[in-house]
Design a protein around this ligand. Structure first.
Ligand code: BEZ
Length: 260
């Protein structure tokens, strides 16, 4: 069994190739939030948490002038290789002022540790009247997987915080946060989205929650098998295919003034 976790193993690391193999579906599922954004040629758009730039390129293809930011250097390098103006920047510490017609974000905000700082930076980055359109993990996202990982943490003696590092708000909670920072919420919804996992639960864990299992040290494989055994009745079908219990929150809000 494991022991207390060394801090260097708690960092989430990103490898664009591994991400593409195990979670290439994430940008593909961004079509709905793209529709809410409806980008137009000539607009200046910030892609917050651009990852490897798959959706950023789609924004550029409609003729928008796009800047992508991500906290991961490896993702920013991948995005830059695709011809994107991509910059390493922490979403909790955005450095833009009154520059963008829209801020767009897909599958990134749940990783950002200080949601009020993110919303405040988005507001500052927007021109007055600009729009913020985002989709990320909503309340109840991957609830079964999180519960299984909490059981893994208890059984293998690792920090339970490693089982759930994310921010998955309800629409009420996120609407309040946006209103407090000078936004008017036009629409917001929770979207249950059972999501097939092309490389199974292990591929998902390798991509999104390796720090928990790495912390089990020599027991890593046993911990993975334990998680699978807890989840197979609910998330694996008779043909052996895994489906994750995703729930997204999608929002469109407008910046009302520039006072925050
Ligand atoms: C995602 O990035 O899509 C994600 C991350 C953590 C939990 C669920 C989804």
């Amino acid at each position: 069994m494991g022991r207390l976790v060394p801090t260097e193993t708690t960092e989430q690391a990103w490898c664009p190739k591994v991400y593409q193999a195990n979670a290439g579906f994430v940008p593909t599922l961004g079509a709905g939030v793209m529709e809410w954004l409806s980008p137009r040629a000539g607009e200046r758009i910030l892609d917050l948490g651009c990852g490897d730039g798959t959706l950023t390129r789609d924004l550029m293809d409609v003729g928008a002038h796009v800047v992508g930011v991500d906290a991961s250097e490896s993702f920013v390098s991948s995005a830059a290789e695709r011809g994107i103006d991509a910059r390493v920047m922490d979403g909790c510490d955005l450095l833009f002022d009154t520059e963008f017609d829209a801020v767009f974000s897909n599958a990134a905000i749940h990783w950002m540790s200080d949601p009020p700082a993110v919303v405040s930076g988005v507001k500052r980055a927007l021109k007055p009247g600009g729009r913020f359109v985002a989709e990320f993990g909503g309340h109840g996202n991957v609830a079964a997987i999180v519960t299984a990982m909490q059981a893994v943490a208890a059984r293998f003696g690792v920090d339970p915080a490693l089982a759930h590092p994310w921010y998955f708000p309800t629409p009420d909670e996120y609407s309040d946060l946006l209103s407090q920072h000078g936004f008017v919420v036009e629409r917001i919804a929770l979207i249950p989205r059972p999501t097939p996992l092309p490389t199974g639960l292990r591929g998902w864990i390798q991509t999104f929650r390796e720090p928990l299992f790495a912390a089990a040290g020599r027991d890593r494989d046993e911990a993975l098998s334990f998680a699978e055994s807890l989840l197979e009745r609910s998330l694996r079908d008779r043909a052996g295919r895994w489906t994750a219990d995703y729930v997204r929150i999608r929002v469109e809000a407008h910046a009302v003034d520039h006072a925050t």
